[in-house]
Write a protein that binds this ligand. Structure first.
Ligand SMILES: NC(=O)c1ccc[n+]([C@@H]2O[C@H](COP(=O)([O-])OP(=O)(O)OC[C@H]3O[C@@H](n4cnc5c(N)ncnc54)[C@H](OP(=O)(O)O)[C@@H]3O)[C@@H](O)[C@H]2O)c1
Length: 246
């Protein structure tokens, strides 16, 4: 049983791992012996996070703007120059936009869709050679997409492109999971509820009670959920590898 959940020696890429949920995921991997790449547009912040996580293991920071195809290709090329294979790709980087329906701007649609949906597809596509290189008859590589409960239920806030993007990611996860099962690559999505982060800072400051009212236990997420070894085991578990594919 102990070995079933052992992920040491693997290589992971966590997009947007410089802060928030991505940094929590990266920490979970680093602490469990995974060589972990993180990225963000702000290289300094990614480097600071990588430095603090390097206390627990190996963490490497890269600068990347994944909202553009050029940025995606550059990022994949940088990892390809360093690694022969990657075992785990976590498509975590995401953006949100809130505005009243009548005023919702095209820029708030494109920004969110480009990062939350388009980049998830093209990063997964362009990392396929490295992911395939990590597989064998007995070993599967993993793509883990960070979706949101907002992709499963109607959100309280006017985040039209965000909820549409997360619903798209959840369905794209199913579609890719079916196709990539032939390549020994599992594709799963995690749909977190509210976590305190840069993304939710304003809403938690101004509308905390409204947010808590939507949550039966009336509490927001905590680092422990993503860093706890057993939660990582669940995410990695062979038992759950088809969760969203059925
Ligand atoms: N927090 C929540 O309550 C919650 C709930 C459900 C789902 N989620 C999802 O969880 C994921 C992480 O959210 P979070 O709350 O941790 O957000 P966050 O604190 O805002 O972190 C987002 C990360 O993505 C990076 N990023 C943003 N735009 C990028 C770009 N164009 N290219 C590369 N990296 C970029 C950010 O760094 P830079 O800005 O420096 O680029 C940062 O590292 C997102 O997909 C989000 O939708 C969050």
């Amino acid at each position: 049983m102990k070995n079933l959940f052992d992920i040491s020696g693997k290589v992971a890429v966590v997009t947007g791992g410089s802060r928030g949920i991505g940094a929590m995921i990266a920490r979970g991997y680093v602490e469990n012996g995974v060589k972990t790449y993180i990225c963000s547009r702000t290289l300094e912040q990614a480097e600071a996070t990588a430095k603090s996580l390097s206390e627990f293991g190996e963490c490497i920071a890269l600068g990347a703007d994944l909202a553009t195809m050029a940025g995606i290709e550059k990022f994949v090329a940088e990892i390809t120059a360093r690694e022969k294979k990657i075992d785990i790709l976590v498509n975590n980087a995401g953006a949100v936009w809130a505005a009243p329906l009548d005023d919702f701007p095209e820029s708030g649609w494109d920004k969110v869709m480009d990062l939350n949906v388009k980049s998830v597809f093209f990063l997964s596509q362009k990392f396929l050679p490295l992911l395939r290189a990590a597989t064998s008859r007995d070993t599967m590589a993993r793509i883990i997409n960070i979706a949101s409960v907002d992709g499963q239920s109607v959100p309280k806030f006017e985040t039209y492109s965000y909820s549409a993007s997360k619903a798209a990611v959840i369905h794209m996860t199913r579609v890719l999971a079916k196709r990539l099962s032939k390549d020994n690559i599992t594709v799963n999505a995690i749909a977190p509820g509210a976590f305190p982060s840069e993304m939710t800072k304003v809403v938690l400051k101004n509308h905390k009670q409204m947010m808590l009212d939507q949550i039966p236990l009336a509490r927001v997420g905590a680092t422990i959920l993503f860093c706890d070894r057993r939660m990582f085991s669940v995410e990695m578990s062979r038992a759950l590898q088809y969760t969203l594919t059925k």
